[in-house]
Design a protein. Sequence first.
Length: 84
Amino acid sequence: MQKLIIHGDPGIRKGATIEYEGSEFVCFGINRQCEWNGPDEVQLWCTVGTPDEKESYERREYIPMHLDVDDADAEEISVIEAAA
C-alpha cells in the first residue's frame, strides 16, 4: 500500500483500477486537492494498493504517515477501470 499523488485528473474515482510503472493498483481512497486555491491543475492524493490489501485498508491496519509516497502526472497513469 502507498500514497500516489497524481497531478491532473485522469478520470478515476474511488475503486478504480490503474496501471502505474508496470504495476496494477486499486485506488482505495482519493482526496481532491487544489480546487479552490493552489496550482492550475487539480491533484488527486490516492491511497493505492493491490487487491489483497483492501481488507487492511478497510480495517485501518496501517499507519498513513508511514506509507511510501510517489507522484506522477495524469498522463503516466493508464486507467484500466475508472471506478468499481
